[in-house]
Design a protein around this ligand. Structure first.
Ligand SMILES: Cc1cc2nc3c(=O)[nH]c(=O)nc-3n(C[C@H](O)[C@H](O)[C@H](O)COP(=O)(O)OP(=O)(O)OC[C@H]3O[C@@H](n4cnc5c(N)ncnc54)[C@H](O)[C@@H]3O)c2cc1C
Length: 421
């Protein structure tokens, strides 16, 4: 894959006034901007980094395809030739549970991509710029004044302070959590703190055939899970997620711990016996976060700025794109003078998807979900319903795992255990 430069707007064209100011140029920010621009609104994307920049979150869900398409970005992503992803393989010792997006309850996309995020995010940002969205790199939002006529304060690369007046502000600053910090909206996550140790590697002996495209989610015997995400250029992303004490089983540098822990699981040991690291393993911890409210006077939070649960089902980018899509449509209506019930139409809508994933995440860690997943006898309809959740179709109320996720998971896990399946 040939690296592509990021396209941006001439800094001299930085605006004083727009309809919608968007903080952050990740998937949530650029897709919201593209949708609003299409409706004729004056937008600006303010991004603190220069792209490409590294960010974790490389395995997409099928639902992303609908959302990229609506944002006018699907063709640009197709042109990057990322590895097509058709599902996920869960691995526990000798056991395998394959989730194939083609075999779903909800009608929708049956495939998506595994994406190196540096390149993917540039692709989306370039697509937004090509559609006409003004986008400024290396511009950091430092303050925001909420209310009916909000404004954001920005530090430019030249060290100047600029203010942009807007009719609405969308915070898509992801791990930057700009408005939650500035406005005191941050709340601790209800989930246990976990730590991730990860790297990109070469020399992965991938399975040949239909399972090559899968993300592997491997349950490590000492209590972590490991992702293995193959890219089209032969590099594989490999990462652990565990409670911090898991890593105390080994001593040494992060690389030594990474290698030793991989060597203790037969599945990762076999695939990665000859691996070379592309970069030193990185650590991210305490990433689960929540907020007291998803919107307020003059602003909406989207993507990771709202709530981030856990990476096990690769839901992050999907929820980022979905919230951006919803927030852009509601902002459009509000700017046209229609009344918008943000609690009902935005917070409650997003909560439906988030709560479905939350129930699955809790079920993953308390053992209910693996019990269902690895059960010998599989009810085909039930399997399809679970596959649709794992493909990101978490707003289909015909699916009992969406309607009552926690109750349904507990009920099925009880039956599976009772049958000893
Ligand atoms: C260990 C781990 C593994 C994960 N794996 C997956 C996965 O496989 N699949 C998946 O879908 N998700 C995964 N995720 C989640 C994923 O990383 C996020 O959900 C996703 O990146 C959210 O996108 P976003 O657009 O909301 O924010 P981001 O992608 O974080 O973009 C936010 C942007 O805002 C900019 N910004 C920050 N502060 C400011 C400021 N003050 N001014 C201007 N700009 C600012 C940042 O530079 C950044 O470019 C994983 C997360 C973790 C922790």
């Amino acid at each position: 894959m040939i690296a592509q430069p990021a396209r941006s707007t001439d800094p001299s064209r930085f605006p004083d006034e727009v309809d919608v100011a968007i903080i952050g140029g990740g998937p949530a920010g650029t897709s919201a901007a593209a949708l609003l621009h299409k409706q004729g609104w004056r937008t600006v994307v303010i991004e603190s980094e220069t792209f490409p920049r590294f960010v974790i979150g490389e395995s997409l869900l099928a639902r992303c395809m609908d959302l990229l398409d609506e944002a006018g970005m699907l063709e640009a992503v197709k042109a990057r030739d990322y590895l097509v992803k058709r599902g996920a393989l869960f691995v526990r010792g000798d056991e395998r549970a394959d989730i194939d997006f083609a075999d779903q309850f909800t009608k929708g996309w049956t495939w998506t991509w595994q994406v190196p995020r540096g390149d993917f995010d540039v692709t989306l940002a370039n697509s937004a710029v090509d559609q006409g969205v003004p986008l400024f790199y290396n511009h950091r939002v430092t303050a925001m004044s909420p209310g009916p006529s909000p404004s954001v304060t920005v530090r430019t690369p030249a060290g100047e302070t600029r203010t942009v007046r807007a009719r609405h502000v969308i915070d898509a600053s992801g791990y930057g959590r700009v408005l939650p910090r500035l406005l005191g909206l941050d709340r601790p996550s209800s989930l246990v703190e976990r730590k991730s140790l990860f790297a990109h590697v070469r020399g992965d002996r991938r399975p040949v055939g239909p399972l090559e495209n899968r993300i592997w989610i491997v349950m490590h015997p000492k209590g972590a899970w490991i992702w293995m995400i193959p890219f089209s250029d032969g590099i594989t992303s490999v990462g652990f997620v565990a409670e911090p004490s898991f890593y105390d089983h080994w001593s040494g540098t992060d690389e030594e711990v990474f290698r030793a822990a991989l060597a203790e699981d037969p599945n990762t040991r076999d695939r990665l016996a000859d691996m070379e690291l592309v970069f030193e393993p990185k650590i991210i911890r305490g990433y689960s976060a929540s907020v007291s409210q998803f919107w307020g006077p003059g602003y909406t939070l989207v993507g990771n700025t709202t709530e981030f649960l856990d990476p096990v089902f690769s839901s992050g980018v999907t929820l980022a794109l979905e919230s951006a899509n919803k927030a852009a449509k509601l902002t459009d209506r509000q700017l046209r003078g229609e009344s918008v019930d943000w609690d009902a139409e935005y917070t409650a809508y997003m909560a439906r998807g988030v709560e479905t994933f939350r129930a699955f995440v809790l079920g993953w860690y308390d053992g209910d979900f693996p019990a269902i997943l690895f059960a010998q006898r599989q009810e085909p309809l039930l399997r399809k319903q679970i596959t649709s959740v794992l493909a990101g179709y978490v707003w289909d109320l015909d699916n009992p795992f969406v309607r009552e996720p926690e109750r349904r998971l507990k009920q099925v896990a009880r039956i599976v255990r009772h049958l000893g399946a």
